[in-house]
Ligand binder design. Structure first.
Ligand code: NAD
Ligand code: ZN
Length: 380
């Protein structure tokens, strides 16, 4: 089969690799019809992780079931399914508690949490390929309704970024009528903005500096805050009459940049602590990883960050963080799409073939204007 393979920093190509196949009775084999490029792929693509050469990218996968193992009895050949990016068994102590993001069976002993096409997340092959093996298929596959193909650009957001944006808002503790500031208008931040708005936020503010992305935030009713035009914290204070936002969401990650070039100001967590009110809450889904050999300063190389814990403590704030437990939310979010309550496809900028993936990675990595969310369609 054809798959997008990693060959070193910013070097990827579509190669012929051995076919994905059923390996265990609980496996499901899916022919991929859509698989998206994500900001998380860039951690590997840019060479910040120890992603091994030869591995296949892709954790945002949707497709048609073409074969099931002998132990699979719910999912059937022909079903259209969305696969959560978290690989999870359903039966370990964490999965039993709904923490499929920290499955104890999907990684090596002592490390919790698995994902397709990721460094340090269990070595599972990714789905930027013609076929994907889904382990524990009955538990993991989310069956999609009859309009799955027609609304594929909406349902394709269920594997990761829509539940992730939702999780950021959930962890912030938002209740209807509150205000929230979201740092990052990438695909994840935009999904957080959509989530906050359907969860009843009175005001949603989104910080970034790319006009095309800020415009997309405006399209779901958010107030765009352009941090190239001045301090984002001051702008949030202005919008909230000096009180600060009730809640905040971090949707950038540890590779945040400061538009004025002062990298000491770049850490979005500190901007969030400053932008959110006393006793407010923050949900951090932007990725921070234990080691980053390519980071500019020594602390970041060790996975450490200069977080203003003094202000955080003084203001009595709360923060949640980590990978999103996709399975906790994807059923409800699927139903919202099915009933046309939400159309997360508004951020899709490109539908491309697998052969076009290397070029798409270059554009998405450079944050080129108009390259917001790329959906690859390997079986087109
Ligand atoms: P992205 O890189 O396309 O978007 C990030 C956006 O942040 C960009 O538009 C960039 O201009 C903006 N930005 C950079 N520095 C900033 C700053 N200082 N202040 C405000 N905005 C700034 O990526 P994405 O696909 O939207 O993903 C965002 C993050 O979420 C990544 O770290 C990704 O790995 C992570 N993620 C986490 C989970 C999870 O489960 N926790 C799931 C998916 C993605
Ligand atoms: Zn993703």
């Amino acid at each position: 089969m054809k798959a997008l393979v990693y060959h070193g920093p910013r070097q990827v190509s579509v190669d012929e690799v051995p076919d994905a196949r059923i390996e265990k009775p609980t496996d499901v084999l899916v022919k991929i019809t859509s698989t998206n490029i994500c900001g998380s792929d860039l951690h590997m693509y840019e060479g910040r992780t120890d992603f091994e050469q030869g591995r296949i990218f892709g954790h945002e996968n949707l497709g048609e079931v073409v074969e099931v193992g002998g132990g699979v009895d719910k999912i059937r050949v022909g079903d259209m399914v969305s696969a959560p990016f978290n690989v999870s068994c359903g039966h370990c102590n964490n999965c039993e508690h709904g923490l499929t993001n920290y499955c104890l069976a999907a990684n090596e002993p002592g490390v919790a949490g698995g994902a397709y096409g990721f460094a340090d997340m269990g070595g599972w092959a990714g789905g930027q390929a013609e076929y994907l093996r889904i382990p524990w298929g009955d538990f993991q596959c989310l069956r999609l309704p009859e309009d799955a193909r027609e609304k594929q650009n909406d349902y394709t957001m269920l594997s990761d970024i829509l539940p992730t944006g939702w999780h950021a808002v959930e962890m912030s503790g938002l209740v209807p009528g509150e205000t929230i500031v979201i740092y990052g208008a990438g695909p994840v931040g935009l999904m957080a903005a959509l989530s906050a708005s359907i969860k009843g936020a009175a005001k949603v503010m989104v910080v970034d500096r790319h006009p095309d992305r800020l415009k997309l935030a405006e399209q779901v009713g958010a107030i765009p805050i352009d941090d190239s035009k001045g301090s984002p914290v001051d702008q949030v204070m202005e919008q909230t009459k000096g009180r600060g936002a009730d809640r905040g969401a971090e949707c950038v990650g540890y590779q945040a940049h400061d538009p004025q070039g002062n990298e000491d100001n770049a850490l979005t967590i500190n901007n969030l602590i400053a932008s959110v009110k006393f006793t407010g809450g923050i949900g951090t889904v932007g990725v921070f990883i234990p080691q980053d050999p390519g980071a500019p300063d020594e602390l970041a190389q060790q996975g450490k960050a200069r977080i203003d814990f003094g202000s955080f403590w003084f203001k009595g704030q709360q923060m949640g963080c980590g990978q999103a437990p996709v399975k906790r939310y994807n059923r409800h979010l699927r139903n919202l799409i099915a009933e046309d309550k939400i159309t997360p496809s508004w951020i899709v900028s490109h539908n491309l073939t697998l052969d076009q993936a290397p070029e798409a990675y270059q554009h998405f990595d450079a944050r080129d204007e108009g390259w917001t969310k790329v959906v690859l369609n390997p079986s087109r």
